[in-house]
Design a protein around this ligand. Structure first.
Ligand SMILES: [Mn+2]
Length: 376
């Protein structure tokens, strides 16, 4: 192990922590913010941009409700973390869920549905083909509006010196954030945890499909040097070719191949070491909840057998933080409330979100301490 085993990390922040007067982290949540905290976005170290948008999900719509669902479930998460300590003390907040984006999602989805139904096939009838093209343009324009909203908010958060995150929404949600970060951190890498490669060159005609996010990222954002995919178990021929032809810019840890190594005696730690070694110093984490095994996300848009367990992901995140990698931002996407009204999907999502924050903040604090020491 390249790092010493951690002591119980009870005092994470080295800087004066944000602790509201009289706040008891062990009491039932009283604040109406994320994780029951009552801190505003202007004071938070991590600010979450909620994106209630899912115009193009192939089947099982509903991830537009993800931000509200995760927010609700987050109030039940206990705030002391065995791996990352008192993560909340750094200051965590989420922007209000934008009603206009939620309305736009509904509208775009209505327009997209007939196209999704026929798998994007262009009708042979001339008039119908024209309507089809018009519908595609409407949905693409809606997606671009979402990217604009996310990029603008990300810019504001970054200008303040805080760390931005996106809570989707479908997996197209974070494009504006990744774009903004790629301008400020050229050479950055992305750690993608996902069941799907998401490397399609548009899907069903939608330029900004959830299934195309990393095709768009890798072809449009030259500041992104590297994409490392983990848990992939659903991909097409052209996606495989894209990986092959990427000249090492995309490294994919296919779920089956990771398991094969473990079946032959490799430890999960050894696999994680290779995943992390493929990443540059500055890392963005893109977390599609369907990267986990499907019992963690029974309601997600496109569940696939296989996948990572929660402790495996936590181990990977802790190892990543302890190699000193800098996490510059992250997203969590595709969390979908169950139709029966139980909180399971949101509860898993909220816990993944807290771990992503812990992983991000661990080195953030160390850097702050270093900076403070250097200044003395
Ligand atoms: Mn995905």
């Amino acid at each position: 192990m390249p790092y010493p085993a951690p002591a119980m990390p009870t005092k994470q922040p080295a800087k004066p922590p944000f602790v509201p007067a009289g706040f008891d982290p062990d009491a039932a949540a009283t604040g109406d913010g994320l994780f029951g905290l009552a801190i505003g976005p202007n004071d938070a170290r991590i600010v979450v941009i909620p994106v209630p948008f899912d115009a193009t999900t192939s089947y099982g719509a509903g991830t537009a409700a993800g931000p509200a669902h995760v927010m609700e479930a987050s109030k039940q998460v206990d705030l002391q973390d065995i791996q990352f300590g008192a993560v909340w003390q750094a200051g965590i907040a989420m922007l209000p869920i934008p009603k206009d984006i939620a309305a736009l999602s509904k509208k775009a989805r209505r327009v997209a549905e007939p196209i999704i139904k026929v798998g994007g096939a262009v009708p042979s009838n001339k008039a119908k083909a024209k309507a089809h093209a018009k519908a595609l343009a409407t949905v693409n324009a809606a997606s671009e509006r979402v990217h604009g909203y996310v990029a603008r908010e990300a810019e504001r958060i970054l200008d303040r010196g805080a760390i931005p995150a996106v809570l989707g929404g479908d997996h197209s949600s974070p494009f504006g954030l990744i774009a903004e970060l790629s301008l400020r951190h050229p050479g950055m890498g992305i750690l993608q945890i996902d069941a799907h490669a998401d490397l399609r060159d548009s899907f069903e005609g939608f330029t900004w499909s959830h299934a195309s996010i990393f095709h768009n990222v890798m072809t449009r954002l030259p500041g992104v040097k590297k994409l490392v995919q983990v848990g992939i178990r659903d991909f097409g021929q052209r996606e495989a070719e894209f990986i092959e032809n990427s000249k090492g810019r995309v490294t994919t840890f296919f779920d089956q191949r990771m398991r094969d190594r473990q079946f032959n005696g490799a430890t999960w730690s050894a696999v994680c070491k290779d995943i992390i070694a493929a990443l540059p110093q500055e890392v963005y984490i893109s977390f599609d909840i369907d990267g986990l095994t499907s019992e963690h996300c029974p309601q997600t848009g496109t569940p696939v057998p296989g996948g990572l367990t929660f402790p495996e992901v936590c181990h990977l995140l802790e190892m990543l933080a302890k190699t000193g990698r800098r996490v510059i931002g992250f997203d969590l996407c595709e969390v979908t409330p169950s139709t029966s009204g139980d909180e399971w999907n949101g509860s898993v999502g909220a816990r993944v979100l807290y771990k992503l924050m812990g992983c991000t903040l661990l080195n953030d604090f160390r850097r702050e301490v270093k900076k403070a020491r250097a200044a003395r």
